[in-house]
Design a protein around this ligand. Structure first.
Ligand code: C2E
Ligand code: CA
Ligand code: CA
Length: 682
């Protein structure tokens, strides 16, 4: 019975002597399955012994362990490898005991050996898996954590410690014991985290700002889930943490870049438009006014060109700051490009409050500013349009504020103009004037005055500028500054301009025919005329009047020349081909890039009066005038200064090599008869 019981055991039972070979006294049938040897093989010093089947590498320690334990009369329990009859290596577990004689001598060993290879392999696999996971945990770039519901950590990896600014995972677990209070910049995030966990059992890409150990604030993204036990009870949270600060700041930067001007940090045109749109909407609801303000620096161009871009940039930044300081939180100051700024002032109750802001802007911009220990002065011209009276969409409000700004420039700069008032003449008056203006040509109410141009080299009279005058039967003489803009708007400038051209050419030809020494005749052109097949008209007028093209000069303002440069270059080239002269009027007030200027077929730069006027009082203006003269000469252009009123100004211009002058000092614009006397005298 014992024999059957033993043979049914999964393993083998043995009794052996304590000799070198552990000679077997008994071995159960299980040895066949376990070792592949027959029972006989173990008997009588057969081909197998317990010693021989023990894996050679394990023999020594196995014997030693058994020796030690049995010496202490302990049971021994060991795991080691055996080599089966077929050479296969198996893991076995053995438990045994020493059998002692009455005299306490070790007589034999009895024990049981069982195959545990499968369990061993599973253990190894487990250890390997465990090692692998640990390695992922330890070496992950992402932070990994297990945390409790009450907000402390159970385990974290080195990456999380690094992200949160702790020297080691242990220090983090100790130091960060209240996640809600210590971690999140906004403690509400913890509540939100818990809520999502309760609701969905997980959070994904949960982005929050957190404090690092040193107090620095960073952005993290968490992915986490709840871990529950077998009966579904929540055990802890487990998740990963990624430091997304770089990405966040990059995103913010991209957003900022898309909506802001790099140089000044102000909102850009795109942002301005959407802001204005919103402002109009809320103005409609609250029945208030939105002011759209165009601010343009008066001397920027020249500062930029004469003192360099860095100074120009500095100036723009200064102006940006100053403008921002003039307005409320709800207002927007945007950079439109170049030296143009646009302000949107919503929620205005009346024009008076807007006027106050405009005055403030003029003052604050005009405050001197220092750069490189030098003091500079800039002024600006401002145009204002009001929603809803001057326009009901972004485009027309901007356009109208822009044209009001031009009016401010024409009005001598350093001032502001409201769009609706920019005509000086309003409402009925304006309409009335328009009616009269339409008939003025027919009724021959226009007259040309001529202003002399003088060569600084020898004081000789070299030319005339034709300037239009309107004798309105009711209002008397009206200055061109008042009606030319109206004529431009009403499309009347084309026929009027043609009349000026024809009259001036005919006059010049008449003087020449009368035997007077020939001079050049300058005619002012409006931008609108450029678009109307001007070259054909000019050619026709020249041939009709018989004036040689060389004695005709066309004056175009700087902004006209630079606007839509490619098209203008083409038109000017066609004009030049006729053989006439072209000059850039009001030079210095616009934005022409000097490198650009080179590409325009122009002959003369006309320094704007505002600089000439300030020559003796303002160092900047003097520097600007000098710069224009030397620039013009570098580009092989002639320079004429206009608005010369004093001998001091003349002196300065002469000393700095200016070619010619024009101004009250040499003669005001005068009727043809009067100019004739000048010609005769010269
Ligand atoms: P602009 O072409 O810059 O003409 C120079 C203006 O300065 C003229 O004013 C002239 O009288 C004035 N001026 C000349 N010397 C002096 C001076 O020493 N001191 C001062 N304070 N002013 C001086 P005006 O005649 O009133 O013309 C104003 C503007 O009207 C012109 O500026 C020009 O842009 C426009 N304009 C005049 N005639 C015509 C024309 O026939 N066609 C077009 N399209 N525009 C014209
Ligand atoms: Ca002119
Ligand atoms: Ca001028």
């Amino acid at each position: 019975m014992l024999e059957t019981m033993l043979s049914n055991l999964d393993g083998m039972v043995y009794r052996c002597r304590d000799d070198a070979q552990w000679s077997i006294e008994f071995i159960s049938e299980g040895c066949v399955k376990l070792t592949g040897f027959q029972r006989e093989d173990f008997m009588d010093e057969g081909r197998a012994s317990l010693e021989s089947i023990t894996h050679p590498e394990d023999r020594l320690w196995v014997r030693k362990r058994i020796g030690v334990e049995t010496a202490k009369k302990n049971r021994f329990e060991i795991e080691y490898r055996i080599v089966r009859a077929d050479g296969e290596i198996r893991w076995v577990w053995e438990r045994g005991v020493g059998i002692f004689s009455d005299k306490d001598e070790l007589q034999a060993l009895e024990g049981f050996i069982q195959d545990i290879t499968e369990r061993k392999q599973a253990e190894v696999a487990l250890r390997e898996a465990e090692r692998r996971y640990r390695s992922i945990f330890e070496n992950a770039i992402e932070g990994v954590f297990q945390s409790t519901m009450d907000g402390s950590y159970l385990a974290v990896n080195p990456a999380l410690a690094r992200i949160y600014g702790y020297a080691s995972p242990e220090k983090l677990i100790l130091g960060l014991s209240d996640i809600r209070q210590q971690l999140y910049v906004d403690p509400q995030r913890r509540a939100e985290f818990m809520r999502l966990m309760a609701q969905h059992g997980s959070v994904t890409n949960f982005e929050s700002r957190i404090y690092r150990r040193d107090g620095e604030i960073i952005w993290i993204s968490e992915n986490a889930r709840t871990v529950t036990d077998s009966i579904g009870k929540l055990q802890f949270y487990e998740g990963t943490v990624e430091d997304i600060t770089k990405r966040k700041s990059h995103e913010a930067e991209m957003r900022h870049q898309a909506t802001h001007d790099v140089l000044t940090g102000l909102p850009n045109r795109a942002m301005l438009n959407s802001h204005l749109q919103q402002s109009m909407q809320s103005a409609q609801e609250s029945d208030s006014i939105v002011a759209v303000v165009f601010v343009d620096l008066d001397q920027f161009k020249l500062i930029n060109d004469s003192l360099g871009h860095q100074v120009g940039d500095e100036l723009l930044r200064t102006v940006a700051q100053r403008l921002s300081s003039c307005v409320r939180e709800t207002d927007m100051v945007a950079r439109q490009g170049g030296d143009e700024f646009v302000l949107v002032l919503p929620g205005q109750q009346d024009q008076a409050s807007v006027t106050e802001v405009m005055q403030r802007i003029l003052d604050v911009v005009a405050r001197p500013w220092m750069i490189r220990e030098k003091e500079f002065h800039v002024t600006c011209s401002i145009g204002v349009s009001l929603y809803p009276v001057d326009g009901r969409d972004v485009e027309s409000l901007l356009k109208n504020a822009d044209s009001a700004m031009y009016r401010a420039k024409e009005d001598g700069r350093n001032n502001f103009q409201y769009f609706s008032q920019s005509m000086d003449v309003q409402g009925d008056d304006r309409l009335q004037m328009l009616v009269s203006l339409r008939r003025a040509l027919e009724l021959q109410e226009f007259e040309l005055y001529y202003q002399p141009k003088i060569s600084l080299a020898d004081g000789s009279l070299i030319g005339a500028e034709a300037l239009i005058r309107w004798h309105d039967p009711v209002q008397g003489m009206i200055a061109p500054g008042k009606f030319i803009p109206l004529a431009e708007e009403a499309g009347l400038i084309v026929p009027i301009g043609e009349w000026v051209l024809r009259t001036a050419c005919a006059q010049n030809k008449a003087w020449q025919d009368a035997g007077l020494s020939p001079v050049s005749m300058a005619v002012n052109l409006s931008p609108h005329q450029l678009n109307h097949d001007l070259a054909t008209v000019v050619a026709q007028v020249l041939s009709e009047t018989g004036l040689d093209a060389g004695w005709l000069e066309l004056e175009l303002t700087e902004n006209v020349v630079m606007k839509d440069a490619e098209k203008t270059i083409a038109s000017l080239n066609t004009l030049k081909a006729l053989g006439l002269q072209i000059s850039v009027d009001d030079f210095g007030t616009g934005y022409s890039s000097l490198s650009y200027l080179r590409r325009f077929p122009v002959d003369t730069l006309k320094i704007d009066q505002s600089f000439v006027r300030e020559i003796s009082n303002d160092l900047d203006s003097a520097a600007i005038v000098k710069a224009i003269i030397s620039l013009a000469h570098t580009l092989n252009l002639k320079v004429i200064a206009e608005g010369v009123e004093t001998t001091g100004q003349e002196q300065f211009l002469r000393e700095n090599g200016c070619d010619a002058v024009q101004g009250y000092l040499f003669g005001k614009p005068m009727p043809a008869e009067e100019f004739l006397r000048l010609l005769q005298a010269s």
